[in-house]
Design a protein around this ligand. Structure first.
Ligand code: 13P
Length: 337
């Protein structure tokens, strides 16, 4: 069987390498309008397009952000959005040296036949949507599906998650977008770190298997795993060194060194915890670029500091730069709190 390579093969490898460049990581700012509404409600703002625009303008304009951030994941609205001053957000990112990316999944729905688990929609029409996103300036994509440990995970849920990610990855590469492959293993639960490790090995084994079956080019993808931690309600907490040791063991067992970048999600960890764990993983050289793709662990303080007030924009941007720089140092293994 001869498999046609993506016409974008060289560009995909280059894009993935640019995003996985030393010290830098991804700013995840792809909250759907509904999730963005929850964030805005937490500071007493209404979920209007103007408020979302103001917040997203704040996030992309701090001078020097590109020193620490190599890629920004946008929600579809933002890919077509301009700042308050009428400048395209995509153009600002490119000027900052940040690659624009786009969330392409259509969210989670109940998985019939499972133990109250979910699956991720979005494959129908994906190729044509992605072709349009490429035209609009996006160069990478994200698809987030979830796996729940307290609810199983069932064989069915893991297979569905892995297969969906693999189809998405192949379609994205065919349309010039580097796929970020994100099977989030949710933190919820009382389970210990060993159980998370076991589930993560299963999920990544299947995801890599189906990606190989779909002829995904591993040099042109990025992975977005959860770190291997105890469940959020587990009484036995883990040190950053323990989290790093389990997580690196997972990567060594499951991820080939041809994959250029492992961009972790923060998944509800505190800002400092997420930085410390990343720093611990970078105490010795790794075959991959081990970095961050955080939403909450980059934005929490920034959002609170802003509070929706124009006079707080500069301080909020400082807060974002502080977290971005801390994670930059952690990517280099040089963070000290
Ligand atoms: P968190 O870092 O808040 O878990 O978000 C990750 C994510 O998937 C958003 O793109």
């Amino acid at each position: 069987m001869v498999v046609r390579a993506s016409a974008y093969a060289d560009e995909l490898v280059k894009t993935a390498k640019t995003i996985a460049s030393p010290g830098r990581g991804i700013l995840a700012m792809d909250e759907s309008n509904a999730t963005c509404g929850k964030r805005l409600a937490s500071i007493g703002l209404e979920n209007t397009e103007a408020n979302r625009q103001a917040y997203r303008t704040l996030l992309v304009t701090p001078p020097g952000l590109g020193n620490y951030i190599s890629g920004a994941i946008l929600f579809e609205e933002t890919l077509y959005q301009s700042t308050v001053d009428g400048k395209k957000i995509v153009d600002i990112l490119v000027e900052q040296g940040i690659v624009p990316g786009i969330k392409v999944d259509k969210g989670l729905v109940p998985l019939v036949g499972s133990n109250d688990e979910s699956w991720c929609q979005g494959l129908d029409g994906l190729a044509s949507r992605e072709a349009a996103y490429y035209q609009q300036g996006a160069r990478f994509a994200k698809w987030r599906t979830v796996v729940s440990i307290p609810n199983g995970p069932s064989e069915l849920a893991v297979k569905e998650a892995a297969w969906g990610l693999a189809r998405y990855a192949a379609i994205s590469q065919d349309n010039g977008l580097v796929p970020i492959v994100e099977p989030e293993i949710m933190l919820d639960g009382e389970h210990g770190i060993e159980r998370t490790f076991e589930v993560a090995q299963k999920v990544w084994a299947e995801t890599l298997y189906y990606m190989a079956q779909n002829n995904v080019m591993f040099e042109g993808i990025l992975l977005k795993p959860s770190m291997v931690t105890p469940g959020a309600e587990c009484k036995d907490r883990a040190t950053p060194e323990e989290v790093a040791s389990y997580t690196l063991k997972l990567l060594q067992r499951r991820i080939p060194p041809s994959v250029p970048g492992i961009m972790f999600l923060s998944g509800g960890q505190s800002e400092v915890e997420a930085t410390l764990n990343l720093n611990a993983m970078n105490q010795a050289p790794n075959p991959w670029h081990v970095s961050f793709s955080y939403a909450r662990a980059l934005q929490n303080t920034c959002l609170k500091t802003w509070g929706g007030r124009p006079e707080n924009v500069a301080a909020a941007q400082e807060a974002l730069l502080l977290r971005a720089k801390a994670n930059y140092l952690a990517q280099l293994g040089k963070y000290t709190s």
